[in-house]
Ligand binder design. Sequence first.
Ligand SMILES: [Zn+2]
Ligand SMILES: [Zn+2]
Length: 352
Amino acid sequence: MKSYDVCQCGAPLELRERPTPEPAGSEVLLRVLAAGVCHSDLHFWEGVYDLGGGKQLKLTERGITLPLTMGHETVGEVMAFGPDARGVKVGDRRLAYPWIGCGECKVCQRGDEQLCLKPGFLGVFRPGGYSDHLLVPHPRYLVDFGDMPPEQAAPLACSGVTAYGALRKVGGVLQTEPIVIIGAGGLGLMSLAVLKSLGGHGAIVVDIDPAKRAAATEAGALAVVDPNAPDAAQEIAAATNGGAWAVIDFVGSSSTVRLGIDCLTKGGKLIVVGLFGGEITMPTPYIPIKAMTLQGSYTGSLTELKELIDLVRRAPLPLVPVRRRPLAEAYAALTDLKEGKVIGRTVLAPAG
Ligand SMILES: [Zn+2]
Ligand SMILES: [Zn+2]
């Protein structure tokens, strides 16, 4: 098998060839049909999170080892499986749920494997989809996506379930009130699409990039706002009738989290998803006085991915723009994403 791997943090991905694994036990071997290139791959590639104030969190200290085959948004076709793998057959096309936990702890038993303290995520702690083959530890992580094209299904495993998981945290006001979405990259556009499928009232989208604001308008945003405009705060306040019940921040920088808090009405909730990095300080009395909730959201559960696929199969999402590139262009796809040149999503497809 061939894969394009991170051998050194921040250095170009390297082509590595090794014997294609034989699935054992409950393992399933997929031939990769499509592998999404995600913003969080930039963090895994660079190996750090910015903690603000010049501090960094090194991912190698969190159990990530190199070389690493990234890629956690993978669709493949079942090629082979171990003797204990039930419910699969050769030729099945499946989406791999990547946020795999230990399977045994209370968190995993509760169904939140993505929050397990001993994660085994595909493309992070185990080899992922920047490859022509992918080994999945158990068939329960394989989700049937019907007759959707693989390049549309692949991003649902991360940007889709992340958007869905964040929107689910908004609660009942989703259907009745406008929410604010900060960041109109792949995640922001995906959440606009999912919001529509969920029967949401709609969203005001905030982004510094005019091209991304235009894409958000096209995707059905109620209004778009440039956060650098002098009257940005007033524009958001006007569009939310004085303050938002919920803000989802897909950027997660010092300034966007600050803006998110400032946009909230009393009793509102800020859901931070983005890992751009930074830090905030705020007067602690505001927390009770505003009765605000600050909540983080990290991807989504296997159940949420299945709910999302169900939703999409019943009411197909307005398609997020997807660009297919050959696997050999993995590094170029990554650097284009880093430079902000990607509208929507890039999906790698091994030739043949
Ligand atoms: Zn991702
Ligand atoms: Zn666990």
